[in-house]
Design a binder for this molecule. Structure first.
Ligand code: UGA
Length: 470
């Protein structure tokens, strides 16, 4: 009995938890996924993934069918059965505030603590403000002491760094494993759970609870800063000319800087980077360190200004085209004033992409969806197509016109916006698309199209971070 492989539970079966559960069964463990949402549990039990993630449906189905992976809404069942409880519930931004909402983590830990009647390990994976793990550890001890429950329960923190779209790969072959502990029992058990990663020489960082919590938010804050850094330079090249992609390539050759995450465009979104930089600022302010993360307010501002830029550029491009059509000398290029927005009224605009990034159906804090909605609000006739994101976007902004194909989206368009760099959009045929639109005008919000190749087919393609000269 002592030497059998640990049984694992995963509390919270959203993006992180469902992926972790399926990947842990792939590593050979028996896994029980737990969630308070009965519908989610019913779908997962049938082998269905409730969101879009390449490779995950196959993995889930295999292990659900083999019986190695099961799901339940009963946390007490997990408490009795599992040796290790991973907690991957959400920590969203509080409504109307910048801090993280910890009610789900608190509730998950409280219900676990009150139900475990044996030796066990609780391993937090959710992204939390520094200090949360130590507070939760004390709470677990208190709840258990008050209830007089048998068994030793230790709490560890093991942050998750997976990216949407690469969730399975990032979980099975992570860049590093970070394990924060405040005791001696967690580490050997987790070394056993992650034996395959250790055998593959994955860096193993064994540390305290606070460092483990901070590594996660530091990584996301750095990534967000990198994106806003290049996007700030976009504001310069948009004003004076120059090529933002070449600039990124050139500085990226310096290994200390690195080229990745220096793609200029409409900015970052999603359920992690935006809320994590806000939660970090809120947390350090609570700690009395008001100035420490103030630069992240700039990172956030630069990021949000990219959306203004796309809307301004749409106004400029349409105005210039209409003036040219009337035979007037076009004289735009400066910042568009409020009245310029008139040109958007009734304009047929195709929006390609509404998810926050490709290979995901996630529209949380999506720059693309925000831009589409702003154009609609300004009176434009916006037609949206996203390979996976239409349904989630429609749930948020039902009044936009969502269509099932690229062709329907661009048909009759006066202006086309590429806002999420799905492969299908990168590979568009300028001649075929050109035959459908009303005007061959495109704003490339992700700098993925070959401007010269498109120009050969009569297109004007304006990339973000490039000067627009009408
Ligand atoms: C991010 C981190 O990359 C993961 O390591 C982390 O685990 C995750 O958050 C999380 O905290 O759960 P994710 O939100 O899936 O992952 O997406 P990213 O690939 O980081 O992209 C974030 C946003 O930045 C996207 O909107 C993307 O379009 C944008 N981006 C990315 C750029 O605008 N430019 C770039 O060069 C790179």
């Amino acid at each position: 009995e002592q030497d059998r492989a640990p049984r694992l539970s995963v509390i919270g079966t959203g993006y992180l938890g469902a992926t972790h559960a399926a990947c842990m069964s792939e590593l050979g463990f028996e896994v029980l996924g737990v969630d308070v949402d009965p519908e989610k549990i019913a779908r997962l039990s049938r082998g269905e993934v409730p969101f879009h993630e390449p490779g995950l449906p196959e993995l889930l189905r295999t292990h659900v069918e083999s019986g190695r992976l099961r799901f339940t809404t009963d946390v007490a069942e997990a408490a009795r059965w599992a040796d290790v409880h991973f907690v991957g519930v959400g920590t969203p931004q509080k409504v109307g505030e910048s801090g993280a909402d910890l009610r789900y983590v608190d509730a998950a830990l409280a219900s676990l603590a009150a139900a475990i009647d044996r030796d066990a390990l609780i391993v937090g994976k959710s992204t939390v403000p520094v200090g949360t793990a130590r507070r939760l550890a004390a709470m677990v001890r208190r709840v258990r002491a008050e209830a007089g429950l048998p068994g030793e329960v230790e709490l560890a923190w093991n942050p998750e760094f997976l990216r949407e779209g690469f969730a399975v790969k990032d979980t099975l072959t992570p860049d590093r494993l970070v394990i924060g502990t405040d005791g001696t029992r967690a580490e050997p058990v987790l070394r056993r759970v992650y034996a395959r990663q250790l055998a593959a020489d994955t860096p193993w960082i064994s540390t305290d609870l606070e460092t483990a919590e901070l590594v996660k938010v530091a990584a996301n804050a750095f990534l967000a800063t990198k994106i806003s850094f290049i996007n700030a330079f976009s504001e310069i090249t948009e004003a004076v000319g120059g090529d933002i992609g070449t600039l990124a390539d050139a500085i990226g050759h310096d290994a200390r800087i690195g080229r990745r995450f220096l793609n200029a465009g409409v900015g970052f979104g999603g359920g992690c980077l935006p809320k994590d930089i806000r939660a970090l600022q809120a947390r350090v302010s609570e700690l009395g360190l008001d100035r420490t993360m103030r630069f992240l307010a700039e990172v956030d501002d630069i990021n949000l200004r990219r959306r203004d830029r796309v809307v301004d550029l749409a106004v400029q491009v349409l105005s210039a085209a209409r003036d040219a059509g009337r035979g007037e000398a076009a004289a735009y290029g400066g910042k568009t004033t409020g009245s310029g927005v008139e040109v958007l009224r009734g304009a047929r605009i195709a929006v390609l992409g509404v998810t926050f990034k490709p290979d995901s159906d996630d529209v949380r804090d999506s720059p693309a969806l925000d831009v589409a909605n702003r154009l609609y609000t300004a009176g434009a006739d916006v037609r949206v197509h996203d390979p996976e994101g239409n349904a989630n976007a429609a749930a948020r902004f039902p009044r936009l016109d969502y269509v099932d194909s690229l062709e329907e989206a661009v048909e009759g368009a006066e202006l086309t916006l590429l806002l999420t760099e799905w492969q299908a959009f990168r590979e568009m045929d300028p001649a075929a698309v050109g035959a459908l639109v009303d005007a061959r005008l495109l704003i490339d919000g992700r700098n993925v199209l070959d401007v010269a190749a498109w120009a050969e087919h009569g297109w004007t393609v304006v990339g973000l971070g490039h000067r627009f000269d009408p």
